[in-house]
Each structure stands twice: as C-alpha cells, then as structure tokens.
Design a protein around this ligand. Structure first.
Ligand code: ASP
Length: 323
C-alpha cells in the first residue's frame, strides 16, 4: 500500500471510530465489579448503574468477576475493547494492587481511562453478635489474649477489608488468622452465622446489620463520626489513636476509549450522583458522593496516582505481597 492509501485508510478508520463514539451507546454496557454480589462495591455499582443507564438510554448490566483481590476483574477490563461497553468499578484496592502483587499483568494507572471518582466510604470494625468484648479497649485485650482462636474475614489480598485488617493488626501488634472471601458480601453471611469472628468493612455493607443489632461494632475508621451511625465512636475516640482509613470508588474504561465516550460516561456519572435515590441510599449507608468536579477523569487520575504513591511505601515496608 502506498503511504497515501495508508493515510486514507487510517483516516477512514479514525472517522468511523469518531462517528461511532458520537452515536455511543448503541448496545448494552457491562460494568465489571471485582467482588461478589451483595457486597459494598456491588451495592455502589447497582445504585449508580440505574440512573446512569437512564441518562445514557442504554441498559447497564453488572458482572461480578471474582478473585485475587479484584485484580482478575481489573485485568479483564484492561484487556477489553476500548469502546465504552466494558467498564470497571473499583475501590482503593486499585491503588494498592501495584505494590501488593509482584506480577500484576496490567498497569493500574496507564492501562485505563479514568471516568471519575464516585464516593468515599468509612469502614467499621465489626464482630459476630456474641463476641464477648463490649468496646474497643475490651476487644483489644480479648484479641491479644486469645489470638490463636480469633479470625478476621476479608475479601482477599488487596481488598479494602484486607488493608483495614492489616492496619488494625499492626496497630495492636497482634497477628490473627485471616479468612479470605471473594467479597465481603459472602463474608458478612459467615459473620452473621458466627463462622468467622471479626471483619473490617465498609459502612455500605455493615450499617443495616449494625442497626438491626445482628453484629457488634467497635468503631468507625474516619476522623469524624458517621451521621448514619451517630452512637458509634471513631477508632481514635475508642482508643486507637490516629487509626484512620476510608475507601473510595472510581469508574474506569480500557485505555484508548475515545474521549467523546469518556465524556458521555462522566456526565452520566455526575448525573447519577445527583439522583435522589442514590443520594438517599448513600446517606443511609453512611457514604457520600464526591462533588461534581471530582466525578471527572482528571480528578480520578490525580487521586489514583496520589493513592498509589501513598500506599506503595507503606505496603513495601509491611512486607506484604503476592506472587
Ligand atoms: N469492598 C470489599 C472489600 O474490599 C469487597 C467487596 O466489595 O465485596 O473488602
């Protein structure tokens, strides 16, 4: 092919992809959730998916792709066609995976087009209903004295529950047995059934069980108390000075997704975060949508980069990793 013909062919492909980007979306969109159905990430995906699909006038289906602390799902989306029909919702774990997984088969920052931040979620330290400790001080004493008997559920290496559990064990200088699940939805079922003892998980998964007194709560992991759980002290107030961690979610598309498509998705996300049902359910579950200017590609890119830079040295120093 002569260079002129090649140029014309390239132009045709470019124009075609631009045209289909303008028409986007013309078929069902899949939002990949890296954890099990019924857990906190799944809850946020389903809540924002409904109003986003209204704005985009296309169905959004949620697909739970499980395993390896969310990295299997992220890899799947990184390798998907960059056409806006396969999206990834992920949390803080997207920023800790590069340090935790030595052989991560994708680049968390460079293999994705950021669409926008979604929300910030406090975590809670919870235990099964008949756990003997009445408050955090008693819990710490009890855990230290009975460490061989006590286990801590999480959603796998790289999950927020894993990170929070690691910080807790390091703060009290006590190693516990951890029990990994494919998501904290199924882990919560076992906590309710008493098969596991403790978990650190997002308020989006724990609030209703705390309110129904089906599990015990020892603290929220944010600086300030959470409005939906006003009687629960912060971990700092309850005795673990400076203990603070919260989770954030972001929405991504594969690298190379055309800008007009990303812009449409970001607008739909911004509209979803103003939806009355989303605002009400988020408030009930103790989480907050981000401000409109943060539900945007540049804000998510900057936040993800800052979080990778923040967590990598902490994780390396802790010496936790997976091959
Ligand atoms: N968010 C949970 C965690 O990271 C996992 C889930 O959504 O099920 O622990």
């Amino acid at each position: 092919m002569t260079s002129v013909l090649r140029f014309i062919a390239c132009l045709a492909v470019f124009c075609l992809s631009q045209a289909s980007a303008q028409e986007y979306p013309t078929k069902v969109i899949t939002m990949v959730v890296p954890f099990a159905a019924g857990g906190p990430t799944d809850t946020v995906a389903r809540l924002i998916g409904a109003p986003m699909s209204k704005t985009l006038k296309q169905q959004i289906i949620v697909e739970n792709v499980l395993g390896a602390g969310g990295t299997i799902a992220a890899n799947r989306v990184a390798k998907s066609a960059p056409d806006g029909y396969t999206l990834l919702i992920h949390h803080i774990g997207h920023s800790t995976a590069p340090a935790l997984y030595r052989k991560l088969p994708y680049n968390a920052l460079n293999d994705f087009e950021p669409i926008g931040l979604i929300n910030e979620v406090p975590m809670t330290l919870v235990a099964k209903k008949d756990f003997p400790a009445r408050d955090l001080k008693e819990l710490i004493a009890y855990v230290k004295a009975n460490k061989e008997k006590i286990n801590l559920a999480n959603a796998g290496l790289g999950a927020a529950s894993h990170l929070c559990g690691m910080l807790f064990m390091s703060a009290i200088q006590t190693e516990l047995t951890t029990v990994p699940y494919n998501g904290t939805g199924p882990a919560m079922n076992d906590l309710l059934g008493g098969q596991v003892d403790m978990m650190c998980d997002q308020t989006t998964n724990t609030t209703s069980q705390i309110k129904a007194e089906k599990i015990k709560v020892y603290g929220v992991t944010t600086k300030k108390r959470v409005a939906s759980l006003p009687n629960v002290p912060t971990m700092d107030e309850a005795g673990l000075k400076g203990f603070e961690v919260s989770v954030w979610h972001g929405l991504y598309a594969p690298k190379g997704t055309p800008k007009p498509v990303i812009d449409k998705l970001a607008k739909a996300l911004q509209a979803a975060l103003k939806d009355d049902n989303v605002k009400q359910r988020f408030a009930e579950l103790g989480t907050e949508p981000v401000a409109e200017n943060r539900a945007a590609p540049a804000a998510l890119h900057a936040h993800l980069k800052a979080e990778i830079d923040r967590w990598s040295p902490i994780i390396k120093k802790a010496g936790v990793y997976a091959d």
